[in-house]
Write a protein that binds this ligand. Structure first.
Ligand code: HEM
Length: 429
């Protein structure tokens, strides 16, 4: 090769390298790969892209919702319509919107591996969940679930919140294995944290329809997971794809639910530790608490905050005084009354729950309001309260719900079973 040809080849090489590096994009981060910045032990969450908490959330002057200006759509990376209909949600397993805001949070608290993740891999561990799981065995599965959820929630809107909560209570004890549905003496369902759980009839109805179409194929745990997603969509939240293949557990014990399921009087440390025991993180705790943007609490759960707070104070003074007055009137005599968890937009699945905590001090449960006063979680609350038509919250909620749905799932031929009736384990002959 003569010198001028060598030079030409050399130049071409340099150009190729710079073109390919200009198009290089880092692979999507997994949680484990996320960089823990130097500030990590200050527990400060920063949006990955901006490096600061959005102005609306850090501002101390609260602008009432009606006066808040909705910024133009161009300011958003993801401009999802607020109104959703089913047609818009027919995403394929390949079309997962969850990727788009990957890394809104920078994880800044140390991640502890729970015992669950630390365990040795078993022979069943290679059976993972998949969005194709029912592709052949029950292709109508999601269609049936979403149709039934639509039908029931259409008749009674409060069922959307009930179904979402049911899935959480299921996953909170023994993982997402439908143990909450087993209906026998001493089962989780009979424990005090389950006292006001509702929506069991919806799951039974879905299951009996599925047993007609594809008998013994679809687990109750998968039904609960899909129904929680569809209920969220019915309440105005966004769709996310769900992976399937959970098996149903054989055990359900009220004592476990009594000792594990949080009831609203815990400290943030307790909640963080509980979520970590499920393999979930601090951001999941805060984001998933945003489910309290819909639904109600019984007066019984909050009466102690209003009348019997401590030895010296009858009222929890962290509650907005006007709101406390309203709650006292509503809950003084009737323990069987219910109060909306989100006082501003109780039936709309939006981020107003977080705005309430910051600007109105109207967190109904003490565990709600504490999320803003505790420095480990307050910046996450601020980020989720961002005035972006709930988009930040929606994106994070999808991710955290997927994390919740993966908690200690039973998969593979040697674990659990597919129940014929969600209320009972299959007869052993
Ligand atoms: C972080 C810890 C949590 C605590 C301490 C907590 C506590 C509570 C309490 C005390 C109630 C009212 C029960 C009653 O008196 O009737 C409630 C309701 C509710 N919870 Fe939670 N919860 C937590 C997390 C979650 C999660 C992760 C979800 C879902 C992803 C969720 C969804 C709901 C919903 C939707 C309702 C309203 C249910 C209805 O209207 O029927 N909660 N929660």
């Amino acid at each position: 090769m003569n010198p001028s040809m060598f030079f030409a080849v050399f130049l071409l090489g340099i150009q190729l390298v710079s073109v390919s590096s200009a198009h290089y994009e880092p692979a999507t981060y997994s949680r484990e790969q996320q960089e823990v910045p130097a500030s990590s032990y200050n527990n400060i969450y920063v949006p990955r892209e901006q490096g600061e908490v959005p102005t609306t959330s850090s501002s101390t002057n609260y602008v009432p919702k009606e006066q808040q200006q909705v910024p133009s759509s161009s300011s958003y990376k993801n401009d999802y319509p607020e109104d959703h209909n089913d047609d818009q949600h027919q995403d394929s397993p390949h079309d997962d919107h969850d990727q788009t805001l990957e890394g809104v949070f920078t994880l800044t608290v140390p991640t502890f591996l729970s015992e669950y993740y630390a365990k040795k891999p078993s022979e069943d561990d290679h059976y993972s969940l998949s969005s194709y799981h029912y592709y052949q065995s029950c292709p109508e599965f999601e269609y049936i679930v979403s149709g039934k959820v639509k039908e029931w929630v259409g008749k009674d809107k409060t069922l959307a919140a009930a179904l979402l909560r049911l899935h959480f209570h299921d996953c909170a004890v023994r993982g997402c294995d439908a143990s909450i549905l087993l209906n026998h003496e001493g089962s989780e369902r009979t424990a005090s944290p389950s006292k006001t759980l509702r929506g069991f009839e919806v799951i039974d109805d879905i299951k009996s329809e599925l047993e007609k179409k594809c008998p013994r194929e679809v687990s109750c745990a998968d039904i609960l997971t899909a129904a929680a997603r569809d209920a969220t969509v019915e309440a105005g939240g966004q769709y996310w794809t769900v992976d399937y293949g959970r098996k149903d557990g054989l055990v359900s014990d009220a004592k476990e639910a009594e000792s594990l399921v949080p009831m609203g009087r815990e400290s943030i440390t307790d909640l963080i530790e509980f979520f970590q025991s499920l393999g979930l993180e601090v951001d999941d705790l805060v984001v998933l608490s945003g489910a309290h943007t819909i639904g109600k609490s019984s007066c019984e759960s909050i009466q102690y905050r209003l009348f019997n707070y401590s030895e010296t104070k009858s009222l929890d003074s962290t509650i907005n005084p006007k709101y406390a007055d309203y709650l006292q009137r509503k809950c003084r005599w009737a323990t069987d009354n219910y109060v909306e968890l989100d006082a501003e937009t109780p039936t709309k699945f939006d981020n107003e729950y977080f705005v309430n905590l910051i600007y109105r001090k109207t967190g109904l449960l003490s565990t709600d309001q504490l999320l803003y006063s505790d420095q480990r979680t307050s910046n996450i609350v601020k980020t989720l309260a961002t005035n972006d038509r709930s988009n930040t919250f929606y994106q994070q909620f999808k991710k955290s719900m997927k994390n919740l749905g993966n908690v200690r799932v039973l998969t593979g031929p040697n674990k659990g079973e597919i129940r014929a009736n969600c209320n009972f384990v299959n007869p052993r002959y």
